[in-house]
Ligand binder design. Structure first.
Ligand code: NAP
Ligand code: MG
Length: 490
């Protein structure tokens, strides 16, 4: 309890306001000691296993299967059989019914899922509770609505499912990425084999429970766990008709090379190095909130993160001053505490990558700022960081850091802002902050990015297509566009 202080003759008030710990109940989650692969509606005892941990304290959580080529083959076989013997004949409104059920069950069990997502991934509970879970359920609701309207979505084109979709997802939004992948695949009548990321398999495994509750026919969705080797097996297996991948540009390129000439369909959602552009007429306090949400949301483990801040020179000093003051109020620590803003870094590998890039920024001559904050001793942590005096050639201005690190550059004219914003091999997202509607429209036509936010950042909606250009990948997820990669046409 903090000290009370008397000011003039008013009642005494605490001299400094402290937060009491407000942890979410961890026992909402009942973990098994060991998980297998979910194949054909049954749990398959895994031949090889590894341990998944809590990145906030390095404690082991459960033993997880590392799928071998034979197990990958079984899962694809189960998906093929489900596709050919039933699922492709299920009426569209019936498919919608399953998707609605899944959405409803996710809502009912959202607290349990949110705790699990924070435990296994390190993200703050307020984000898994208020962003990941509501959006995951919303995706299933949204695509449930499309299932029996495909003829209207694609008139006179006779849409048909492709067959078996192999889906590979990353660790930054484990359940949400699962929803982005599975909901459109099922709405269009495909069956699925999905591999979650090695470090964050638990919410996908709990989702298998939801599939059973929803009475989805066996084999329509199969979940196999493991590392990149399992992913590579899934990609090259001849029984897969389509691959949907979200992850690093490097692995995305390898997958594209592997699939060249096979006739398999492919969508890639890869990295980014987005510019968040602040003009001198923007509402500065609002912009500061948008900058913080743009780069410190989910510890910066976000492909569309606003990792390059472009500020008009005339407002640079006051804006950076406000931003630094705001950073000092961010609470870094226990992901399960409801007051936490910035949680744990997902893995030691990712922490090393962040540290390496931050060191390069200091060496190349950028000026670093980190607010005073005490990081927990166990687990993987990195303080929110801002770099000023950044040149475009620095690695921290070019490479995706995928951590809570912002690089600030300045510009004088809109032309210069566009040139700098587009000076990247990526093209996933961007932000524009200005009072002028005409400038928003002009900028959004000139910025080469798949998603452009105006006077906001990191806002998502299932009806809005998401995806990139160039090294950020191709294909769209979300909206009517998100159905197309899962369909064949006459
Ligand atoms: P990654 O290796 O590309 O992982 C993405 C998914 O692909 C994971 O499920 C991964 O399994 C799997 N995978 C790995 N190698 C594969 C292969 N050869 N064939 C098929 N699947 C394979 O990404 P990461 O290692 O988790 O992160 C590295 C960097 O990628 C990050 O620092 C960040 O820059 C970027 N990234 C981008 C996004 C995004 O949303 N666009 C998401 C995550 C990471 P494992 O989990 O076992 O590796
Ligand atoms: Mg990897």
């Amino acid at each position: 309890m903090s000290k009370l202080e008397r000011k003039q003759d008013r009642a005494p008030v605490p001299s400094e306001w402290e937060y009491a710990p407000a942890p979410e109940a961890r026992d909402l989650v009942k973990l098994r000691e060991r998980y297998g692969h979910f194949v054909g509606g049954e749990w398959l005892e895994p031949r090889e296993t590894y341990m998944t941990i809590d990145p906030a304290d390095e404690q082991p959580l459960a033993e997880i299967g590392q799928a071998t080529p034979a197990e990958v083959d079984l899962a694809i076989g189960a998906a093929r059989e489900a596709f050919e013997n039933g699922w492709s004949d299920v009426s569209a409104s019936e498919r919608a019914k399953y998707l609605f059920r899944i959405a409803r069950i996710l809502q009912e069990r959202s607290r349990e899922f949110a705790v699990l997502e924070s435990l296994n991934g390190g993200k703050p509970i307020r984000e898994s509770r208020d962003v990941d879970l509501p959006l995951a359920a919303a995706h299933f609701f949204y695509y449930a609505g499309w299932a029996d309207k495909l003829e209207y979505a694609f008139p006179n084109r006779s849409p048909r499912p492709i067959g078996v979709a192999g889906q590979i997802i990353p660790w930054n939004f484990p359940l949400l990425m699962l929803a982005w992948k599975i909901a459109p695949a099922l709405a269009t009548g495909n069956t699925v084999v999905l591999k979650p990321a090695e470090t964050t398999p638990l919410s996908a495994l709990l989702f298998c429970d939801v599939l059973r509750q929803a009475e989805l026919p066996p084999g329509v969705v199969n979940i196999i766990t493991g590392d990149g080797h399992t992913g590579a097996e899934l990609v090259k297996h001849p029984g897969v008709d389509k691959i949907a991948f979200t992850g690093s540009t490097e692995v995305g390129k390898a997958i594209q090379r592997e699939l060249a000439g096979t006739g398999k369909r492919l969508t890639l959602e890869l990295g980014g190095k987005a510019a968040n552009v602040i003009f001198d007429d923007a509402a500065l306090d609002q912009a500061v909130e948008g900058i913080v949400n743009g780069i410190y949301f989910n510890q910066g483990h976000v492909c569309c993160a606003g990792s390059r801040l472009l500020v008009q020179e005339s407002i640079s000093d006051p804006l950076i001053g406000k931003l630094k003051r705001r950073l000092a109020t961010l609470r870094v620590g226990d992901p399960l505490d409801k007051n936490t803003n910035v949680g744990a870094i997902n893995s030691p590998q990712q922490l090393d990558k962040i540290k390496e890039l931050v060191a390069s920024g200091e060496e190349e001559g950028a000026e670093i700022y980190q607010p005073p904050c005490r990081l927990p001793e166990k687990g993987y942590w990195f303080a929110p960081t801002v770099f000023t005096n950044v040149a475009q050639s620095y690695r921290i201005a070019q490479e995706e850091i995928f951590g809570p690190v912002l690089s600030v550059l300045t510009f004088r004219t809109p032309d210069e802002a566009v040139e700098k914003a587009n000076n990247t091999p990526y093209g996933l997202s961007a932000g524009v902050w200005t009072e002028k509607g005409s400038r928003i429209l002009a900028m959004s036509q000139r910025l080469r990015a798949g998603v452009i936010w105006a006077n906001t950042y990191n806002r998502f909606d299932p009806s809005s297509p998401f995806g990139g250009y160039r090294e950020s990948g191709f294909g769209r997820e979300g909206g009517r566009h998100g159905l197309e990669p899962y369909l064949e046409f006459e």
